[in-house]
Each structure stands twice: as C-alpha cells, then as structure tokens.
Design a protein around this ligand. Structure first.
Ligand code: GDP
Length: 364
C-alpha cells in the first residue's frame, strides 16, 4: 500500500501527529487485525462513495482503502554524518512513496525549540540539507561507477553521467532533486538511487489550536518559501488531532469538529493532500461479501489496477466489466445496469477512471 514517511526536527509535533494516527480509536475498530511495526500507523481513506455502494449492495463488510504513515524520528542536524539515529532512519525514508515534513509553526515558551527560536524556513532547510547530503553521497557513488565507462566511449553511460552531474550541481547549490527539471527519459539515470529529495513532499504546518483557521506569521513565511516547489502545505494542529483520535464514534467527532468550526480533521486534509500530490484515484469492487475501495495511480490500465488486488489478477487478466457509480445509483443493481447497457466490457488497454466499479475476469 501507499506509505508516507513523517519527518521533521525534534519537538515539532511529529509524535503527537503520529500517535493520533496509530492510537486512533475509530481506526482501531476498523482494523482490529492490524498490528504492524510500532513505527507504522494505518489510517483509512474516508470516501462517501463507499456509503452509497453499501446502501445499494448491502454487503457483509465494507473495506476502505488505506494509507500507512511511518514515523521517521531521529532526524537531526548531522544525521547524514551518522549523528542522532542518523543513517538507519535515512534508510527508512528511502522506502516511502511520499514525505510528510512536519514543521513547527506554534509558539510555546514551555516547549523548547532545538535552536531556541521558532523559524519554520530555517527548520525546513536543516532537514533538507541532511537529505541533500545523503543524496549527494548516492550521486557521487554512482558517478564513480559510470565515469570509467563513459570515458571509454559508452554512449549510454555518457548520457547518464551528464544527468548525474546535473543532479550533483542542483544538490550542491542547496536545492532538492525534485526541483530539477528532467525529462522522464533522463530520470532513468537516477531511478535506482531512490533519491530522498526527489520524493514528493507535503509540508505540515503545525499550529496552536487557536490559529487553526487564521494561520499565523510562521505559516505565511513557510508558504511563501515553498511556493515554487511542487508541494502542498497543510495547516493542522497536532494538539487537535490528538483529541480527535480519542473519540470513537463518528457523531462525537462531528460535534467536536463543529465546536472548533471545522468541517474535517487535519488528518483528512493530509490524506486528501497525499492523494492530490501523488495523483491517486480510487476504484471499487462491489459484491455481496464485500464492498471495497482500492488505490491506484491515475492513468493505470485495467490489468495493472487489477494487480493491486492480486498479482494473479494482473498476470491472468482477460477482461474487466465496468459500471460507473452514477449508473449503479440510477439502476440500483448490477443486473439492471447490464440490461440497460450500462456495464461495459473492457480489455487490457482500458484506463481505469476514478469511481469505476470494476469486476475482473482472469485465468488462473
Ligand atoms: P516530536 O519531537 O516532533 O515528536 O514532537 P512531539 O509531538 O513530542 O511534541 C513536542 C511537544 O510539543 C509536546 O509537548 C507536544 O505536546 C507539543 N505540541 C505538539 N503539537 C502541538 C500543537 O499543535 N500545539 C501546541 N501548543 N503544542 C504542541
């Protein structure tokens, strides 16, 4: 499944946010089976379309799609040189699909800031620098590997070397790899490195409870600073999230949010931002046994989408039967959709759309 790694300096609210994911009372009810590693929290992606399908199909169970958040603590100044819990944690980041970078935007004299003052831009740069140094190491290692072949006239290696050197210059200039404009073709040169600063990033501006609507000067500074990055800034209050996590029932949560004048939790905002940033969409499977949501990338064809359910579905793919949610709502049953000509039969080239209700036929 999709994994987002939570990073940030100490004392910015990472644990508070992570705990509100992993100790979430409502989620615990959804995933009683879920005891993964202690630094991994799982959260379901809220989707009102599941309720609609549940009403139509009346299944034994409903399973939302999920996102995993990994707590990557221990990132401090000097981590790339092995300080703090350094290297081990940097290795953790390599595995994730996206980075959630938590940044302290709350003032509180009782909570020590590692550098003695609240300065989101400088905080962000400290973390970025550590990740950039690590990427520089990976790039230099690879340059060493391809240099000889490039010099001896290997055309492919020569081209790779040029791309690698572009990345090197970008990083040396204190910029993140994601800032470099590179064609998809050229990106192949660094694909195996899984560069940390090339990963998509969401900045979480953690504010005090009473700034949740207005933001504050720290949020403004952060937003101004990252406006040219292809990134999202999500304003949340980890303190509010911690309180929401304690509430088990949907009704209690709604009352709580209303009291704060909020329409959704910060965690929801974060999930939506991840979907948007990563270009993700959802399709559904619907049967008497279960109604279930699945996450895929926009643009995926039917066999690849089927592979999310099971690799056999992809390997043995024959065809897919597709119903649009609006048609399902109108005709009420699969059979009625079929009779009305609203169930299309699609082959290997079909590009799955957000909200499609899919039924895959496959050989085993
Ligand atoms: P971490 O080191 O980044 O994991 O930070 P923690 O989550 O442990 O938070 C450090 C301190 O800041 C704790 O005392 C939290 O209670 C406090 N804190 C975290 N988020 C907020 C917030 O949104 N507002 C305020 N006022 N305090 C917070």
């Amino acid at each position: 499944g999709l994994q987002c790694g939570i990073v940030g300096l100490p004392n910015v609210g990472k644990s508070t946010l992570f705990n509100s994911i992993s100790n979430n009372k409502a989620e615990a009810a959804n995933f009683p089976f879920c005891t993964i590693e202690p630094n991994v929290g799982i959260i379901s992606v809220p989707d009102p379309r599941l309720k609609i399908l549940e009403g139509l199909v009346n299944p034994q169970r409903v399973l939302p799609t999920t996102i995993e958040f990994v707590d990557i603590a221990g990132l401090v100044k000097g981590a790339s040189k092995g300080e703090g819990l350094g290297n081990q944690f940097l290795a953790n980041i390599r595995e994730v699909n996206a980075i959630v970078h938590v940044i302290r935007c709350f003032e509180n004299d009782n909570i020590v800031h590692v550098d003695g003052r609240v300065d989101p831009v400088s905080d962000k740069e400290i973390i970025d620098t550590e990740l950039q140094l690590k990427d520089l190491e990976s790039i230099d290692k690879k340059i060493n590997r391809v240099e000889r072949a490039a010099k001896s006239g290997d055309v492919k290696m020569k081209k790779e070397l040029t791309v690698l050197q572009q990345y090197r210059e970008t990083l040396l200039a204190g910029k993140n790899a994601r800032a470099l404009q590179v064609s998809e073709e050229d990106k192949v040169a660094v694909a195996d490195l899984q560069l940390l600063t090339a990963k998509p990033v969401i900045y979480v501006a953690n504010v005090e409870e009473d700034s949740i609507h207005t933001g504050n000067k720290h949020v403004d500074a952060l937003k101004a600073h990252v406006q040219h990055e292809n990134a999202e800034v999500v304003v949340i209050s980890a303190a509010i999230e911690a309180q929401i996590a304690e509430l088990e029932s949907q009704e209690d949560r709604e009352v709580f949010l209303q009291e704060y004048g909020l329409t959704e939790s910060g965690l929801n905002k974060l999930i939506r931002a991840s979907y948007h940033l990563l270009d993700l969409i959802t399709y559904f499977t619907a049967g008497e046994k279960e109604v279930r949501a699945w996450t895929i990338q926009k643009g995926w064809k039917a066999p690849q989408a089927a592979g999310v359910i099971h690799t056999d579905f992809e390997k043995g793919f024959i065809r897919a039967e597709v119903i649009k949610l609006a048609d399902y709502q109108k005709y009420k049953t699969e059979q009625a959709c079929k009779e009305a000509g609203k169930m299309s039969v699609e082959g290997k080239e079909y590009v799955v759309e957000d909200g499609d209700i899919m039924h895959f036929r496959f050989n085993v």
